[in-house]
Design a protein around this ligand. Structure first.
Ligand SMILES: C[S@@+](CC[C@H](N)C(=O)[O-])C[C@H]1O[C@@H](n2cnc3c(N)ncnc32)[C@H](O)[C@@H]1O
Length: 247
């Protein structure tokens, strides 16, 4: 059996893990040994009697900053060539492409911040990759680490059943996913689009593609612009004709 994908997490609250990751898809995969999780307490690397991990910011200002020496020792304890990532709202936004590449590697080491954040010198010295899960501020890096791990774990070989396919999901082709429908075919006066009941595979595929494009164009102009830059111009003209642009 090949070595499992390994996640190392450094946190002031290691007892938060696996948390939600111990359930459902990720939890079953953890039990089956498809991935491994080790959460370490940053406080274990403190050197004083009070197990201090933070101090006041140079230059003044509110809050406390996590000390570089303590974090460096914590990171050294897990350093073995896996990508080392610091979760921070200042980081590059997490994307499905980054998730895919992380899932294809040996695993990750994740540093969860608390307080005002982390002393910049340890980020620089350890060349930590800074990743954000969105343009909002959490009280700690732990939920962000869980988001990143969940996104990676579901892509590991054997984790998703054969029925589920990562290839048709949102972002797979640079587009958001089309809408889904199931039984009953009519509910509270709302009918499932006729084409989905037609049994005509090509018509269904065309409708889904057009819907994916419409939704992406309406909701995520940034993704749409990137998508239209990469799609062959001829193909784009054809597919745009199926779904007229929103006003
Ligand atoms: C209260 S936040 C610190 C916010 C920081 N002072 C700022 O303004 O950017 C504490 C910790 O939560 C985590 N965090 C908060 N929001 C995040 C986000 N959007 N993505 C990833 N991590 C986040 C980081 O680890 C951060 O160090």
């Amino acid at each position: 059996m090949t070595a499992p994908w390994r996640a190392g997490v450094l946190s002031l609250f290691p007892e938060m893990f696996p948390g939600p990751l111990g359930h459902s898809l990720a939890g079953r995969a953890l039990e089956r040994g498809l991935w491994a999780l080790e959460a370490r307490d940053i406080r274990a690397f403190a050197t004083d009697r009070h197990r201090t991990v933070d101090d006041t910011p140079f230059g003044g200002g509110a809050g406390m900053v996590m000390r570089p020496d303590i974090l460096d020792a914590a990171l050294a304890s897990l350093a073995d060539g896996r990508p080392a990532i610091c979760l921070t709202p200042r980081g590059r936004p997490l994307t499905q492409d980054r998730v895919r590449r992380l899932a294809a590697g040996p695993g990750v080491v994740l540093l969860c911040g608390r307080y005002e954040g982390i002393d910049q010198r340890v980020i620089d010295a350890r060349a930590l990759e800074e990743i954000s899960i969105g343009d909002y501020v959490l009280s700690g890096g732990e939920p962000a680490a869980m988001v990143l791990l969940d996104a990676c774990v579901r892509l590991l070989p054997g984790v998703m059943g054969a029925a589920a396919s990562a290839e048709e999901e949102s972002f797979a082709a640079g587009l958001l996913e089309y809408p889904h429908y199931t039984r009953p075919a009519e509910w509270n006066g709302r009918r499932v689009p006729d084409v989905l009941l037609s049994g005509h595979h090509q018509a269904v595929a065309d409708w889904r593609r057009a819907e994916a494009e419409r939704i992406t164009r309406e909701r995520r102009p940034d993704l749409w612009a990137a998508h239209t830059r990469t799609v062959e111009p001829g193909l784009r003209r054809a597919s745009v004709a199926v779904a007229p642009a929103a006003p």
